[in-house]
Design a protein around this ligand. Structure first.
Ligand code: NAD
Length: 318
């Protein structure tokens, strides 16, 4: 990626800001486009001094106001946590559809490669386990989660259509649960919720009986996968995630161990349409890109706990 110009929509979010960091480290020029709906200027504040980093505050539902040459467009703009997309259902549908078309159009106009950050949620509550890229999914099109799942399915369809119709150089990446520093304490996903509650001595809320599974990939590995796909000409879809599947109960226990917290576990109602099992088949990513996750969940969680300790201390000091 050296000396190339990358546009990162959603670049001030959790994964997007780590991607911006990695691109700057790789000596790319980065144009980060974000409206701060769920992200924050703080996530990229350390990059603002770089002459190779530009931050444009913009809604990608409007035509992208990016000047000059562009080599690659990473399209990450979208609320991603259930708390966020249930709070912003129409914005989520809009950014997945109109926003994706705008990002695709920018890539097509500049002859840039386009990488869509899609999601394992396109598989819905899967009937196939583990999920391969060939699986078409099991999504409730009118349930509360559909605003996210169907928006991403539309985004994939639009990306595939741009490739067929215009010969655009596109790729679809299906990201599975990713965690790490810069997740928000109020993000609502399992890791930030568990860690924040453990650190503040509140019991961890485990949905259902806790036997539903998740496969948690550390953000540095997800970013490495995005870069590998961008550097190739592969159209995808490509699953990015870890095959290390854990039950939600196991993840809760691990967080209690790592934080040394005496907060207990409390069982709460299962959210509607919550997927029962989640594990990617990452054969394609391994064989096509030599990519596989390198950071074990324990190590990633330790770094994440450190981040939340700092966040809570900063919040308490304010
Ligand atoms: P995030 O909410 O931290 O980041 C999303 C960013 O997009 C935010 O900075 C937000 O302000 C921005 N944004 C939202 N709508 C916008 C709009 N209309 N115009 C401009 N910017 C807008 O979420 P994240 O976890 O970093 O996820 C990033 C991407 O990766 C999303 O597309 C998400 O669907 C995908 N993804 C994430 C995960 C995960 O586990 N984190 C899993 C699968 C897919």
């Amino acid at each position: 990626m050296a000396r190339r110009t990358a546009v990162v929509t959603g670049g001030a979010g959790f994964i997007g800001s780590h991607l911006c960091d990695a691109l700057i480290r790789a000596e790319s020029a980065v144009i980060c486009v974000d409206n701060f709906l769920t992200g924050s200027r703080d996530n990229v504040a350390h990059l603002l001094a770089s002459p190779h980093f530009d931050l444009i505050e913009q809604d990608v539902n409007d035509k992208l106001a990016v000047a000059g040459e562009v080599d690659v467009v990473f399209h990450l703009a979208s609320p991603a946590s259930p708390v966020d997309y249930l709070r912003h259902p129409i914005e989520t549908l809009s950014v997945g559809s109109v926003g994706t078309l705008n990002a695709l159009e920018l890539a097509r106009e500049r002859g840039a490669r386009f990488v869509l950050a899609s999601t394992s949620e396109v598989y819905g509550d899967p009937h196939q386990h583990p999920q391969t890229e060939a699986y078409w999914g099991n999504v409730n099109p009118i349930g509360p989660r559909s605003v996210y799942d169907e928006a991403k399915r539309f985004a994939e369809a639009a990306t595939a259509a741009y490739r067929r119709e215009y010969g655009a150089d596109t790729a679809i990446v299906r990201i599975f649960n990713t965690f790490g520093p810069r997740m928000r304490t109020d993000d609502g996903r399992a890791v930030p919720a568990f860690v924040t509650r453990a650190l503040t001595g509140q019991s961890l809320h485990v949905a259902g009986d806790g036997r539903q599974s998740r496969s948690l990939c550390y953000v540095d590995d997800t970013v490495a996968g995005l870069l590998a796909v961008a550097a190739s000409s592969h159209p995808g879809p490509v699953n990015l995630g870890t095959e290390d599947e854990r039950t939600v109960m196991d993840i809760a226990r691990l967080v209690l161990d790592l934080t040394g917290s005496a907060a207990g576990i409390e069982f709460v109602a299962m959210p509607e349409d919550d997927p029962g099992r989640r594990r990617p088949d990452t054969t394609l990513a391994r064989e096509a890109f030599g990519w596989e996750p390198r950071i074990a969940i324990e190590g990633g969680l330790a770094a994440t706990v450190t981040w939340f300790v700092q966040q809570l201390a900063a919040g308490a000091a304010r």
